[in-house]
Design a protein around this ligand. Sequence first.
Ligand code: ADP
Length: 474
Amino acid sequence: MSAKIKILFCSSEVVPFAKTGGLADVAGTLPLALEELGVETRIVMPHYAAIDSERFKLKRLDNQTSVAKLGKKVRVYFIENADYFNRSGLYQDKGVDYADNLPRFAYYCVQTLELIKRIKFKPDVIHCNDWQTALIPIYLKTRYNHDPFYKKIKTVFTIHNLGYQGLCPKEQFPATGLNPDLFTVDGVEFYGKVNLLKGGLLFADKITTVSPTYAKEIQTPEFGCGLEGVLQKRRHDTSGILNGIDYQEWDPAKNESLVKNYSIDDPGSKYANKLDLQKISGLKQNIDVPLLGMITRLADQKGLDIFCEAIDKICQLPLQFILLGTGDQKYHSLFEKVKKKYKNTSINLKFDAVLAYKIYAGSDMFLMPSYYEPCGLGQLISLKFGTIPVVRKTGGLADTVTDYNVSGGAPGNGFVFTEYKSQKLFKAVKTALDVYADKKAWRDLVAVAMNCNFAWAESAKKYVELYKSLPIEK
Ligand code: ADP
């Protein structure tokens, strides 16, 4: 391998250009950490209507591509197609997937491969992320494998959430441009439909997911979402690498949206943010009352069913609760009712990046009762903000949050429950309140949390090792 590895990072969303969830955070930060390690990294994503070309200084590359910079060096290419990408959502409108997602992302995958040849950027590895990019490993090993330009390119495929597989009606299979013999159980066929993710998992050289525990969980029927067989077959090529977070953005000492910055040396200033949050969200201003925050997609995966079962009991505790989230209509309706019923709650059913910063900074505790959680960023962010996570032991939550009460070993940094039951969730919140009542114990716990380090550097090194483990031929 040459001294400098070249990576093409493919993601359907990238911070700061477009974001619906954690994938965008990873795609906007891991490439920067890779560059720091001397890896030449470029990114390709679709050009959506929502991307602010002026703000991000997009420049025209050719009649179907524009380009911008992420950080100082990383080039981001935007694949344009007015019919496919010039709409308000990324994948769906009002909770309903676009009917033409397969042709849209097949177009993105083909154009990505065409682009790198046009600009003569031959990566050693194409790092694909989630179903939107899953056709790339298949194309490389089928329709592009006779072209010497592509022949030696390897692929890594990262699963950010196995629950989203890019399932499409079989009638759309021809739009992939793949040979019909790939529409079988050994290919992309899945119970009579096209499953793009499955194809990516079968054809990529290496598979990763975003935490070691989730890498094991997805090989089981409970969390495999029907693909556990494929993942078991590929277990020797599968590993878990924990996501990091970008401490440039997620640092209470630097964040410009906070009324007062604070750090581990001055955690008391966190309370100015608590008072500010209470004020702007209509909660009674009181630094003594514990404030429980939650920022989440409103989806079953996030543990909202057990949370909603426990919500009356939780709201009757001596605490305040603030929610920021959007998603399934059933949860919107439910939280609208909670909003009317309990004065000690602030329910914000929208996506709001600034309010998110304020909640991470102003809350005392942060709730993530997920049924499954590939990695989770919320708990990593809240730790840095000295906001103690209350989580279920699953996936990346299990790998990053340790229970306060577990005796022996290093002191815990949060509150952890295991069984997926509303009573267990309630008990964990109650335990957190008990510890909160002991001011000294809580201060010590906040210090442990703020001292945790989940910067990208360590995880980026693991990706570099993985790229290097591939038989890269020049
Ligand atoms: P997922 O990717 O499954 O949604 P993660 O915990 O990995 O969950 O990442 C979610 C990211 O999106 C976090 O940065 C979180 O703060 C942010 N987020 C989620 N919902 C909202 C919202 N309604 N407003 C602002 N930020 C949000």
